[in-house]
Design a protein around this ligand. Structure first.
Ligand code: ATP
Length: 196
């Protein structure tokens, strides 16, 4: 169980997290939904150890062992789709990249560079790369709007794969079919995000 307790963070005089608390079970997907700018990305960045909160504590979470899918894909443009996945796997498991590509329904694009992929294809590739890395073992998988540009049926299939991960998953999302597949959903107003 991960306990997020009393997190507060402000950018200057803009309060983005205010005494924010949340529990994540050892497995399953928790979804955060809320209007643009309400603080979801900031929360994920704090959990990933990229940003230090002004106050609060995290129990049961090792930021050094989190996997974060950024809102941007951050694919390596000079590597093929398959290599982008293989690069995060240990040498002896690089052969599994094809299986992850198939999950993203991108087997036909194995040799394509990211620039040759559509927006939704590139997002699917970035998501399965994060999932492949997380499946090696992680403290939590954090997904910032993972299904941007991904059509509904594919998003639902990918969400099933995310749910199968043996680690806590926290994702931010706007409306969509995938939200209904989360194990718990929190809707926020904000900023600031406040105590649940
Ligand atoms: N580095 C920063 N400096 C100052 N203000 C920031 C910074 N990063 C984010 N903010 C502000 O903090 C608030 C929350 O931003 P954040 O990116 O966490 O929201 P979000 O819920 O993820 O939005 P979206 O759904 O559009 O991605 C916004 O008002 C934003 O302008």
């Amino acid at each position: 169980m991960i306990q997020i307790e009393g997190l507060s963070l402000a950018y200057g005089d803009k309060r983005v997290l205010e005494d924010f608390s949340l529990s994540l079970p050892d497995r399953g997907v928790t979804a955060l939904s809320g209007p643009s700018g309400c603080g979801k990305t900031t929360l994920l960045r704090v959990l990933a150890g990229l940003q230090r909160p002004d106050a609060g504590c995290l129990t049961g979470l090792d930021p050094a062992r989190t996997v974060l899918l950024f809102q941007e894909n951050r694919l390596l443009p000079w590597r093929t789709a398959e290599e982008n996945i293989a690069d995060v796997l240990p040498r002896e498991r690089r052969g599994e990249a094809g299986r992850w590509l198939a999950l993203a329904e991108l087997s036909g694009e194995a040799s394509a560079r990211p620039a040759a992929l559509s927006g939704g294809m590139a997002r699917r590739l970035a998501l399965v790369r994060a999932l492949a890395l997380a499946s090696l073992g992680c403290s939590a998988l954090l997904l910032d709007e993972p299904f941007t540009g991904v059509d509904g049926p594919r998003a639902v299939r990918l969400m099933e794969a995310v749910r199968a991960l043996e680690a806590p998953v926290l994702l931010s999302a706007h409306e969509g079919d995938t939200l209904a597949l989360a194990d718990q959903i929190f809707f926020f107003q904000g900023p600031p995000l406040k105590r649940v």
